[in-house]
Design a protein around this ligand. Structure first.
Ligand code: MTE
Ligand code: HPA
Ligand code: MOS
Length: 766
């Protein structure tokens, strides 16, 4: 057991406690960024002027009429930017564009005394556009060869030779939609400037340090002149990893120009139409199997729909490429990736960060090929699992491969999968118009940022003379329970009760140069940095104690009198990582998180409507830092994955022949009324979640594994069950090509096609 992972006796980590803000959340007392607005004097409200074109040159912008609107104080345009007119991390995102790149993009912002006045003022800004052709689908972008950023390839062996040798070769295409984050709290920032010109931005951001950097660039200031604070977020899910930056910059620019606090808070429609989503992907593939269903070779090209700018698309693509294998060994493999450039919102990080999209490709391949091979999909999947000692396509040894097997076996047993498969077969034999199916899928997800430098974190721990403790770290809280875990880590490392430790909001002036709270690594990185700070203090206190075993308060008091410093800065960097972004080889991940899920669905043959009868999950969180928090993450991640795969259907309008040009490229699903999110009705009727036992992770703080993203991909089990239920309407051996999302409508057409196969005449010569 490593020093990092070892737990002392009676640790506070591992205790089942509620989220540190649970009581505040449920009573409505928890403060989010916009709750500060009514507590702040003379706030100005910002409203965007949004483009009615998906692609156009801005030929003129006349703000004058907006000032006739009572309450309008200032219109922000490109001319007002003292620094760089760019809010992107790749310098391809003008904050005030002269060429609009998607429908709904803000061309300028109006500041007013009330949101209403700002809205009316925005309506009076005159903008002339010269419309340009727009690419709206991934297919159009591929046809036009409209790509952006790097086009990596990972692989090993000789794919062509292996495919030529393989007794069974299939090829096909797989497409999957994106997903709206639908965090309950939309993008929000509130900025103010003090007497010395210090800019203070309260922001709902997963990445305060980058928000600080972008604000500084736009304002032409050094980083030390900008402080960003994040109290907490009402959900981020990746959507605030970079996309909070631009709104913070608008608020900060407004505050510096007017000398008044400025609030930017998108309403739901604005958030839907302006901010990036999960990347939709398209994939082409060729796959070879032996007679027993072992994967021999895979050749695939992934194309993601990046939208109008690069944003995190290259990193998302990298993770997709590194997750096509999921839990399966592919001897000869080539995975190629590219990012399409389209005239849509700039797609961004979303829970799983490309991992789900990469994994879906191979799960789709297995789900479609199993009937063609005449092998039960469950057997086909199990047969292809990694064995210890094998390497991923990018050359990382798959450590603890047996854990995927353990999770799988456990879910088969506790879920009574064999017994229920028999019951389902009986049920289906007696029900021509209703079919059930049960599918099991595995998850293997790499933990760490692919880009090695991001795997570092800092912390600041203060012990006051009375023995109370205040901790700060670089991570942000978005509901995932990071602060709860960090409090537990601090109490454990200091050896004090949880109640002695308090956590202060995340601020860039406390811990600098932080990474985004992302890649599920928040507790790995910040937890370890906190532990490091606490241990420095502990070591100094041990000297003061000199074996006397003094009570904490007394020891702290003595240490102060002896002039021993009672605060420390902690630091952590993940060791043992390597990654070559040009050859796409190395060991970018500290470890893998594993899991398995079994899902049973029932599908109605008249409508395609379905329900999820039961889900059993076994998921690997290592030795949990906070079991209740982890349970919530597993359940929440799974349900969010089910939403992506079965319900949530983003639609962009495309018009042709010049009809309704103002609608071309408009997002038509702009609200919860047209964009269906999972709710109570879609919860599995029986939902059993277990955490893998004896799963200590040697390389991570107190033996725990990251949990934020991996469970999302357990939702593949539901999609595969739906596929199998559709197939059950057709003859044995029916391969179902199920769209993603598998909405009831899509399921209906898929099962109808399977049903047609049953009545279709035999092809001539068969
Ligand atoms: N859980 C809640 N409740 N809200 C969120 O926004 N974001 C997810 C996950 N779980 C999220 C969440 C994403 S995308 C990530 S990367 C992780 O939490 C980030 O936090 P962590 O690194 O502390 O797990
Ligand atoms: N996950 C989330 N965010 C990131 C990553 C990642 O792997 N890499 C860079 N930003
Ligand atoms: Mo999560 S998509 O890494 O913010």
């Amino acid at each position: 057991m490593s020093e990092l992972s070892q737990r002392p006796e009676s640790p506070v980590v591992g205790e089942t406690i509620p989220h540190e803000s649970a009581a505040l959340h449920v009573t409505g007392r928890a403060l989010y960024t916009d709750d500060l607005t009514p507590r702040t004097k003379s706030v100005l409200h910002a409203w965007p002027v949004q483009s009615p074109h998906a692609h156009a040159r801005v030929t003129a912008l006349r703000p004058a009429a907006a000032y006739d609107e009572p309450g309008v104080v200032r219109v922000l345009t490109a001319d007002d930017v003292p620094g760089v007119n760019d809010s992107g991390i790749k310098h391809d995102e003008p904050l005030f564009p002269s060429e609009v790149m998607y429908h709904g993009q803000a061309v300028c912002w109006v500041l007013a005394e009330t949101p209403e006045a700002a809205r009316r003022g925005a309506g009076r800004v005159e903008v002339d556009y010269e419309p340009l052709p727009a690419l709206l689908t991934i297919h159009d972008a591929i046809a036009a060869e409209s790509f952006q950023g790097a086009r990596p390839t990972a692989g090993r062996g000789d794919v062509e030779a292996a495919l030529a040798r393989a007794p069974h070769v299939f090829e096909g295409e797989t497409e999957m939609a994106g997903q709206e984050h639908f965090y309950l709290e939309t993008q929000t920032s509130l900025a103010d400037v003090d007497d010395g010109g210090q800019v203070f931005v309260q922001s709902s951001t997963q990445h305060p340090s980058e928000t600080q950097e972008v604000v500084a660039h736009v304002l032409g200031l050094a980083s030390h002149a900008v402080t960003v604070q994040c109290l907490r977020m009402g959900g981020g899910f990746g959507g605030k990893e970079v996309q909070a930056n631009g709104y913070a910059a608008v608020a900060a620019l407004g505050a510096t120009l007017t000398g008044r606090p400025v609030r930017v808070r998108l309403n739901r429609t604005q958030d839907f139409t302006m901010t990036g989503k999960r990347h939709g992907f398209h994939a082409t593939w060729r796959v070879g199997f032996d007679d027993d269903g072992h994967l021999l070779a895979l050749d695939t090209t992934l194309t993601s729909d990046g939208g109008w700018s690069l944003d995190l698309s290259e990193a998302v693509l990298a993770r997709a490429v590194c997750h096509v294998d999921n839990a399966y060994w592919i001897p000869d493999v080539r995975i190629h990736g590219r990012v399409a450039k389209t005239h849509k919102t700039s797609q961004t990080a979303f829970r799983g960060f490309g991992g789900p999209q990469g994994m879906l490709v191979l799960e789709d391949v297995l789900g479609r090929c199993a009937p063609l091979l005449g092998i039960d999909p469950l057997q086909l999947r199990r047969r292809n699992f990694y064995a210890e000692g094998q390497e991923t396509p990018y050359g990382q040894p798959v450590r603890h491969a047996a854990r995927a097997v353990t999770a799988w076996d456990q879910v088969l047993t506790t879920g009574d999968v064999a017994g229920r498969a028999r019951e389902i077969a009986e049920f289906n034999a007696g029900h021509p118009y209703t079919k059930r199916a049960l599918a099991v899928t595995p998850v293997k997800f790499g933990i760490s940022f692919n880009f090695t430098p991001l795997n570092q974190a800092g912390a600041l721990v203060h012990v006051y003379k009375d023995g109370s403790v205040l901790v700060n770290h670089g991570g942000t809280e978005m509901g995932q329970g990071l602060h709860t875990k960090v409090l537990q880590v601090a109490a454990t490392a200091l050896g004090v009760p949880l109640a002695r430790v308090r956590l202060a909001p995340t601020r860039t002036d406390k811990v600098p140069n932080t990474s985004a709270t992302a890649a599920s690594s928040g507790s790995d990185l910040n937890g370890a940095a906190i532990k490091n700070a606490c241990e420095q203090i502990r070591t100094r206190l041990a000297e003061v104690d000199a074996g006397r075993d003094l009570p904490w308060e007394k020891l702290v008091g003595e240490a102060y009198l002896a002039r021993v410093p009672l605060f420390a800065a902690g630091y952590y960097r993940t060791e043992g990582l390597s990654w070559d972004a040009t050859t796409f080889r190395g060991s970018p991940f500290k470890y893998f998180a594993y899991g398995a899920a079994a899902a049973e669905v029932e599908v109605d043959g008249f409508t395609g409507a379905y329900r999820t009868r039961r889900v059993d999950i076994v998921h690997d969180v290592g030795d949990s830092l906070s079991p209740l928090v982890d349970l919530g993450q597993i359940e929440g991640g799974f349900v969010q994955g089910v939403g992506w795969l079965t319900l949530e259907d983003l639609r962009w309008e495309t018009t042709h022949d010049g009809a309704h040009p103002e609608r071309h490229g408009r997002l038509s699903t702009q609200a919860a009324s047209t964009y269906k999110l999972p709710s109570f009705a879609e919860m599995p009727e029986v939902f059993n979640v277990a955490m893998l036992e004896q799963a200590h992770e040697d390389g991570a703080v107190y033996g725990a594994k990251a949990v934020g993203e991996p469970p999302l991909m357990l939702a593949f089990s539901v999609r595969e069950a739906l596929r199998q239920a559709c197939a059950a309407f057709g003859p044995a051996g029916t391969s179902v090509d199920l769209p993603s999302p598998a909405t009831p409508e899509a399921v209906y057409w898929a099962l109808d096609e399977a049903r047609q196969a049953a009545v279709a005449p035999e092809p001539a010569g068969a």
